[in-house]
Design a protein around this ligand. Structure first.
Ligand SMILES: *[C@@H]1O[C@H](CO)[C@@H](O)[C@H](O)[C@H]1NC(C)=O
Ligand SMILES: *[C@@H]1O[C@H](CO)[C@@H](O)[C@H](O)[C@H]1NC(C)=O
Ligand SMILES: *[C@@H]1O[C@H](CO)[C@@H](O)[C@H](O)[C@H]1NC(C)=O
Ligand SMILES: CC(=O)N[C@H]1CO[C@H](CO)[C@@H](O)[C@@H]1O
Length: 398
């Protein structure tokens, strides 16, 4: 459809996407809403210094650091010269707990595809308007839930390990290793993901990988980020806020290797930590925790300080009338690293900025006929705090 995408086709698409959301709430976009969407989509187009086509089909525009979408944010646009592409976190969390990669243990780090953009530019994946609408619809469903409370109209389900609100603890972030899985039964308009989330009040940051055929036109896992504040909720960098730093690591990298039954297991590592000097939330990925960017403190009200909630685990989305997709390995977990999708070495960063194994957590699923998580709690090296999760899916309704 591309540029001759009409109002009528947009309406039809939204009716299809929102089908069953009842009450005639979102039957069709008003002209005003369509103009707003058109404007948001147009704003994402940035002048490219160079364009790179990947062998698997994704196209990246290398955009000058100062032209990136982050700086369209009303709270950032007058401050962009406080930021520069060579920025580094002012400090890192203390007490490295992460085990070194160990071939003998049967798990390996998945490779994340790099993009060779020139220095001082950042890679931004080109999206079509249909992909933009898909991502927006999914982000809006995501924004309807608060923490792990999925009550209400959404089509989103979780099987996670979470911190308890009642603990009263405050966190400077968290991290963990998550297996990367192949989930071929994820259909159009659905996604199946593994994620880590931090939250305070309405502000949420989520990172991980997802299989999302309508967004990526294939069923391969890619990294993702999600941000939610009182004014925005979006996937990746489809709304302003996240400042990309690296010219070679996009937020939505393709992950080449997926885990197999009986091994080898492929993991990716994610890390979100609050910079003590600037209040920004840094995103680190990979075995050497490369900082790929950050969310500046100015964006947030809740997360302008520390987080009070974290969770890790599987997340799926489906329009509520369509049975939800499988999660993890697509079977109920047995509590075995070889047979289940898993997270290992989940950590929180405590108030003094030190990595600690996540303690006082609980397993939770909102659709306990379809998805489960088994929290094996705090253990020894090399897995530390481990849990497994997954399920065949098939949930419909809210
Ligand atoms: C989300 O839930 C938490 C804990 O129950 C609560 O403190 C917070 O205000 C809620 N946030 C929103 C936006 O409803
Ligand atoms: C953070 O963790 C370290 C290491 O376990 C501990 O020594 C320190 O007291 C903790 N800080 C807080 C505020 O709990
Ligand atoms: C933040 O920095 C201050 C001053 O350098 C230091 O005293 C404090 O321990 C740091 N806090 C964290 C969480 O790193
Ligand atoms: C946990 C953590 O952040 N570890 C390392 C991340 O990378 C920096 C820079 O390479 C190290 O100094 C940290 O120890």
């Amino acid at each position: 459809m591309g540029s001759n995408f009409t109002l009528a086709s947009l309406c039809l698409m939204l009716v299809l996407l929102y089908m069953g959301w009842g009450g005639g709430r979102v039957d069709c976009l008003s002209l005003e809403e369509d103009l707003k969407l058109e404007e948001e989509f147009a704003r994402l187009k940035k002048p490219a210094v160079k364009t790179i086509e990947m062998d698997y089909g994704d196209v990246y525009d290398c955009v000058d650091f100062y032209d990136q979408p982050a700086f369209d944010h009303p709270l950032l646009k007058d401050h962009k010269h406080e930021y520069h592409p060579m920025m580094k976190p002012s400090s890192y969390p203390k007490r490295e707990l992460f085990p070194p990669e160990d071939e003998k243990s049967g798990w390996r780090h998945t490779s994340m595809r790099r993009v060779e953009c020139p220095m001082a530019t950042v890679p931004i994946r080109r999206t079509t308007k249909e992909e933009f609408i898909t991502a927006k619809t999914q982000a809006e469903a995501r924004a309807r839930i608060n923490g792990s409370n999925t009550e209400g109209r959404h089509g989103l389900h979780l099987a996670i390990v979470r911190t308890k609100h009642s603990s009263g603890k405050r966190y400077n972030g968290g991290g963990g290793w998550m297996t990367v899985e192949d989930i071929p039964k994820t259909n159009d308009n659905q996604y199946s993901a593994a994620q880590m989330k931090i939250q305070m009040g309405a502000d949420t940051i989520e990172v991980g990988w997802m299989i999302n055929p309508s967004l990526y036109k294939d069923k391969r896992p890619r990294g993702f980020i999600y941000q939610q504040t009182y004014s925005w909720a979006c996937l990746n960098i489809m709304c302003p806020g996240f400042v990309l730093l690296r010219s070679d690591v996009p937020v939505d990298s393709l992950m080449d290797s997926v885990s197999r039954y009986g091994g080898p297991l492929y993991y990716c590592k994610y890390y979100i930590y609050r910079d003590n000097a600037t209040g920004a939330w840094n995103l680190g990925v990979g075995p050497r925790n490369i900082t790929i960017g950050f969310w500046p403190q100015r964006l947030f009200t809740g997360l302008s300080n520390r987080a009070d909630y974290l969770d890790w685990g599987g997340e799926v989305y489906s329009p509520p009338t369509i049975p939800s997709p499988p999660m993890g390995r697509g079977l109920s977990p047995r509590g075995s690293l070889l047979w289940d999708a898993s997270f290992k070495d989940i950590v929180t960063i405590n108030e003094s900025g030190e990595n600690v194994k996540a303690t006082g957590t609980e397993a939770y699923s909102d659709a306990s006929d379809n998805y489960w998580s088994i929290d094996q709690a705090v253990g020894k090296a090399p897995d530390f705090h481990l849990f497994t999760y997954g399920g065949p899916g098939g949930a419909t309704g809210w």
